[in-house]
Design a protein around this ligand. Structure first.
Ligand code: ADP
Ligand code: MG
Length: 249
């Protein structure tokens, strides 16, 4: 199986606190690997080390077989590490189509010479329209982003992230703040995106995790206490005690 992301022995301390304590996990191509755990478990600290915002005290991160532990966040993006654009980076005064078009143009960056500008522009807009027409935002292309509902903004963030063609996408709580119907739409969009890239999904919404994840790792106090399929995790006594709560009690 093709390991697209491999982290080994990651340690990150903040003063006397060990926020990630020798964490190892892999994400295979085509897989959605969910990372769950209570508040303060170290999930965001782990994601931030993978994307290069935090430097670990120890351990290695390999992306598509390459050691990226000491590379910048931008270099990791260049090697195929994707992260959702945050709502704060969306441009409210521009349309859905313009926001997505800008993301695609940014991806192309220096790939095109200046005399190809017109051709580039039409290619960018063709790709933009193609992505939008097959998406949950198909009918919203000309709407100003400032007028979108919260769930629609999250859908746009996802499209913009996928438009970068990542090998593996890091998702830190994509269901946060979504209502039930919006969550169902996001689950459908993530499921559809599985054919495009592997994902490491940090999520509190257990319905979403069990619906999407091929494998689940459980982080508690900075340590992975269990890893396995949804069925294995549901049945794991240590997980039930530490995290899921003893429903049968
Ligand atoms: P989670 O995302 O699982 O809720 P975090 O990774 O945000 O957990 O936090 C893990 C632990 O590390 C928490 O105890 C948190 O207070 C602490 N922590 C996170 N970031 C910092 C930081 N920049 N400085 C100091 N402590 C931090
Ligand atoms: Mg967090």
């Amino acid at each position: 199986m093709n390991r697209v992301l491999e982290i080994a022995g990651l340690v990150k301390t903040f003063g006397g606190l060990t926020a990630t304590d020798n964490v190892s996990l892999t994400v295979n191509s085509g897989e959605i690997h969910a990372l769950i755990g209570p508040n303060g478990a170290g999930k965001s600290t782990l994601i931030n080390q993978i994307c290069g915002e935090l430097q670990p005290n120890a351990g290695q991160i390999h992306l598509a077989g390459r050691d990226v532990t000491h590379l910048s966040a931008a270099d990791r993006v260049g090697l195929g590490l994707g992260r959702t654009f945050q709502i704060t980076s969306l441009l409210d005064e521009m349309t859905v189509r313009e926001n997505l078009g800008l993301a695609i143009q940014a991806r192309e960056g220096s790939n095109f010479h200046i005399f190809d500008r017109a051709a580039t522009r039409s290619e960018v807009w063709n790709e933009t329209d193609e992505i939008l027409s097959g998406s949950a935002l198909g009918a919203r292309s000309k709407v100003m982003v400032g007028d979108l509902a919260h769930g629609e903004k999250k859908q746009l963030e996802l499209l913009m992230a996928l438009s970068q063609r990542p090998r593996v996408l890091l998702l830190d709580e994509p269901m946060a703040g979504l209502g039930h119907i919006e969550s169902q739409q996001m689950i459908a969009s993530l499921r559809a995106a599985r054919s495009e890239c592997a994902m490491l999904l940090v999520e509190h919404d257990m319905e979403a995790v069990f619906a999407l994840a091929d494998r689940i790792s459980v982080l508690v106090y900075g340590r992975i206490i269990a890893a396995g399929t949804a069925d294995e995790i549901r049945a794991d006594p240590a997980v039930r005690e530490a995290y899921l709560g003893e429903e049968d009690a």
